[in-house]
Design a protein around this ligand. Structure first.
Ligand SMILES: Cc1cc2nc3c(=O)[nH]c(=O)nc-3n(C[C@H](O)[C@H](O)[C@H](O)COP(=O)(O)OP(=O)(O)OC[C@H]3O[C@@H](n4cnc5c(N)ncnc54)[C@H](O)[C@@H]3O)c2cc1C
Length: 392
């Protein structure tokens, strides 16, 4: 039996949210163990593009900059979103968000998942306050009054005052902490792939609310875009099995030929979509962050941004806890829960509401939603307020 190693915080899951949270604890004077079954990300292959990309908000990009992560991302692998064009399902209705009008340089930065993961793990390997426990997943947990005991599949034992669940939508920690969840399966799949385009996107992110689902094309460096097409499962199976040229034609047609001829650059991959709410974010000695804490429809491209804001807030609460306070103390963790509630509920409500509104087939609703888009588009102050909310 291996001896138990003691830490202040054990972070379970080293995806984008868990890895950045572990890094953010560097000024909190705590020791951290990061448990991640997958080996650290190898250097990305620059000759290919990752079909999974994130639109990172300016607020989160700045925070990642403070963790010495953002500057490690190659400039030629990120693309600023200067404009966002959203079309309703009647061709005439659309809404335009412009960074310049809102006094910003960009509305977001689009980066590939593997580039971001690589930069995060490079920073973790340089961090003195984090001990990496990779290659094995958690197998058992014992919740005790003063600390929590984790046992990994390889027999490693870790004890911590606080266990942070950053282990994704099917969180093992969440289920072992007995935190219930409400799941609404959209019966949809997010189909993702990257394309080279004939015409320049000019830093524009496009989105179409179509009768068969929501199609988004996000700008990548050069004349390239990344697609997320959220469609019903049967349609997703068709798209995933479609030959490359036919897929390009279908995406070109669905996007009204906006970017000219398309050429497929990557595999086409599908992710099942669901809304997932948890009954609470904390328990004594446990806190949930990222997809372990919430799962939203990708139509707002905000899932990872919400998770990064969890990480920011929890790190801040722990940093400010005072010299004597135990970082797994329930009253302290409740502060984190209260601070995050509104942001999470607002995004769940908006994404779920929009999905319901645009998937409804009734003609009266179709008129209403398209009128709504046109009305919002004519209100510069309202648009500015919506942008301010999305860029934190
Ligand atoms: C189609 C699609 C498109 C999306 N596009 C966007 C977008 O444009 N912008 C955006 O902001 N978000 C987007 N999202 C959402 C985004 O991908 C997620 O919100 C984000 O990946 C969540 O990060 P995470 O670190 O919380 O979880 P994950 O990325 O799921 O990481 C969880 C980690 O935990 C580890 N783990 C699992 N089980 C255990 C265990 N038992 N022990 C230890 N470790 C474990 C896993 O190996 C993994 O590394 C999209 C999602 C989908 C489905």
């Amino acid at each position: 039996m291996s001896p138990t190693e003691s830490f202040d915080v054990a972070v379970v899951g080293g995806g984008v949210v868990g890895a950045s949270f572990a890094l953010a604890l560097r000024s909190a004077n705590v020791s951290v163990a990061l448990v991640e079954p997958q080996r650290p990300c190898p250097p990305p292959d620059d000759s290919s593009w990752d079909p999974r990309v994130y639109t990172i908000s300016p607020g989160n990009a700045e925070w990642l900059g403070g963790l010495d992560v953002w500057d490690q991302l190659p400039m030629d692998r990120q693309c600023g979103v200067e404009t966002m064009l959203v079309y309703g399902d009647q061709n005439s209705s659309r809404i335009e968000f412009d960074a310049y009008d809102a006094g910003l340089r960009d509305l977001a930065q689009v980066v590939e998942n593997r580039q971001l993961q690589h930069a995060l793990w490079n920073a973790l390997e340089r961090s003195a306050h984090v001990s990496l426990r990779t290659g094995s997943r958690c197998a058992d947990v014992r919740w005790e009054r003063e600390c929590t005991q984790l046992e990994l599949e390889d027999g490693t034992r870790v004890s911590a005052r606080l266990v942070v669940a950053a282990d994704g939508a099917d969180s093992w920690v969440r289920s072992r902490a007995g935190i219930k969840q409400y799941v609404h399966d959209y019966g949809q799949v997010g189909v993702v792939a990257n394309f080279a385009t004939q015409r320049s996107h000019n830093g524009t992110a496009f989105q179409w609310f179509r009768p068969d689902g929501v199609l988004a094309l996000l700008p990548l460096p050069g004349d390239r875009v990344s697609m997320v097409w959220s469609v019903r499962e049967a349609r997703a199976r068709e798209l995933l099995a479609t030959a490359p040229q036919r897929l390009c034609d279908e995406v070109g047609h669905a996007s009204s030929g906006m970017l000219g001829r398309l050429e497929l650059l990557t595999d086409c991959v599908g992710f099942p979509l669901r809304l997932q709410r948890v009954e609470r974010l904390v328990e004594p000695r446990a806190a949930l962050v990222g997809d372990a804490a919430h799962n939203v429809h990708p139509l707002a491209g905000q899932g990872v941004n919400l998770g990064l804001r969890d990480a920011r807030e929890l790190a801040c609460v722990i940093d400010r806890r005072g010299a004597q306070q135990d970082c797994g103390d329930y009253a302290l963790l409740r502060r984190y829960e209260r601070a995050r509630k509104e942001d999470i509920m607002a995004l769940e409500f908006t994404t779920h509401g929009l999905e319901k509104l645009f998937s409804a087939k009734r003609v009266s609703l179709s008129r209403l939603r398209n009128m709504g888009l046109a009305l919002v588009d004519a209100q510069p102050l309202l648009k500015k307020a919506l942008i301010q909310r999305a860029v934190v």
